[in-house]
Design a protein around this ligand. Structure first.
Ligand code: FES
Length: 92
């Protein structure tokens, strides 16, 4: 349902997730777009290896930190843009 709502009015743009081409809605915050696409686990805890994913969706918790184009970003504060290279490797 969420994916359909996001995609209905949004233009889809091509990004890569771990090197695989995917379509995500342009301008939607990356954490939201990834969750709608089924990617709830964004990374692994460096201490325990436990799965981590977006929690607050407002820039406070840091749980959505992922690498995009080689830089560490907060996925909940980063809008989807064409050509992004998103890295979720290490997410369990
Ligand atoms: S989900 Fe909390 S900082 Fe991004």
């Amino acid at each position: 349902m969420t994916a359909r709502l996001l995609a209905r009015d949004a233009r889809l743009v091509e990004v890569t997730i771990d090197g695989v081409a995917q379509l995500l809605p342009d301008g939607v915050m990356l954490a939201t777009a990834l969750a709608a696409a089924g990617a709830l686990r964004l990374r692994a805890s460096p201490r325990s290896g436990a799965p981590r994913g977006a929690f607050c969706y407002m820039g406070a918790c840091q749980e959505c930190a992922i690498f995009v184009d080689g830089a560490l970003v907060q996925a909940c504060r980063t809008p989807v843009a064409a050509g992004m290279a998103i890295e979720l490797r290490g997410a369990p």
